[in-house]
Ligand binder design. Structure first.
Ligand code: ZN
Length: 277
């Protein structure tokens, strides 16, 4: 009898351990960044976590026929956007919006928030964007000042950054599943510090900011670094961290980048964070 019970306990524990990984799809193929490195970095982080299994959807290159780029978004729980390039076919845009509307998770990674300035819903999903001639018509600047969120309608360009440097990231919402248990701040390795981001900023929670010092070419404001957006039933995690350029080394891909990415990705896909790292 004792043996039977022991065996059953083993069965149960192996069932728990054999929890299905979350299916993720990384969308890439065009970017003003080094997407050939970045999408593999993202895939490795996701797969090695044991929490996700990540497939790739790679678009044709810039200027090529995009009409056959029709990923099956609905087969996934999470879409990771590492894309900044030509417009997708209307059917793909619609399928992406359906995916989010129906509760799909999205990770917006670094320059994915430069993409698709003229796609209204995409801008609602990313919350804030930059570059591509964004300005006051795209929404307010959003940042922290004296511990308060400021929505600033001052006219001006959206999206810039000073010189790359190491900087402190400050957690602003400590009881969110993505940030719970993290220290109040952490030092992130050399990276771009996006500033002057602007957009609709609806249903948005700023989880973390970093001070963009004027001495490094920044704004003198506490700029949003990690945030979430709710759109339809979908959950979006946006990280501006992780610049990957043409250099061999990518210092921005540090443990804090991975840790916050994985937590945000799991929350976007499931609403929970089980990872203790
Ligand atoms: Zn960059």
């Amino acid at each position: 009898m004792k043996k039977v019970i022991t065996l059953c306990l083993l069965c149960i524990s192996s069932l728990i351990l054999a929890k299905e990984p979350i299916k993720a799809l990384i969308v890439t193929g065009q970017n003003n960044h080094n997407w050939k490195d970045s999408h593999l970095i993202l895939q490795k982080i996701l797969n090695e976590s044991g929490v996700f299994t990540a497939d790739l959807a790679i678009t044709p290159s810039q200027g090529q026929d995009m009409s056959n780029f029709l990923p099956n978004f609905s087969a996934y729980k999470l879409i990771v956007l590492d894309y900044n390039g030509d417009a997708w076919p209307a059917a793909t845009n619609n399928a992406f919006l359906e995916f989010v509307k129906n509760g799909g998770g999205v990770v917006v990674y670094h320059a994915a928030d430069n993409a698709f300035r003229n796609w209204k819903e995409y801008n609602e999903i990313i919350g804030l964007g930059g570059w591509e001639n964004r300005n006051e018509t795209d929404g307010p600047y959003v940042y922290y000042k004296d511990g308060q969120i400021v929505r600033d309608n001052t006219p001006g360009p959206g999206g810039s950054h000073g010189q790359q440097h190491e900087y402190k990231v400050e957690i602003r919402v400590k009881n969110h599943p993505v940030t719970k248990g993290l220290p109040e701040s952490f030092v992130h390795s050399q990276d771009e510090l996006y500033d002057r981001m602007r957009g609709p900023a609806l249903n948005m929670t700023i989880l973390a900011t970093a001070f963009s010092a004027k001495i490094t070419g920044g704004t003198g404001r506490d700029e949003p670094i990690l945030w979430t957006v709710n759109w339809g039933k979908g959950k979006i995690f946006h990280t501006v961290l992780g610049h990957v350029g043409g250099e061999k080394e990518h210092p921005s891909i540090d443990a804090w980048f991975s840790r916050t990415l994985l937590r945000g990705a799991e929350w976007a896909a499931t609403g929970k964070v089980t990872q203790i790292k």
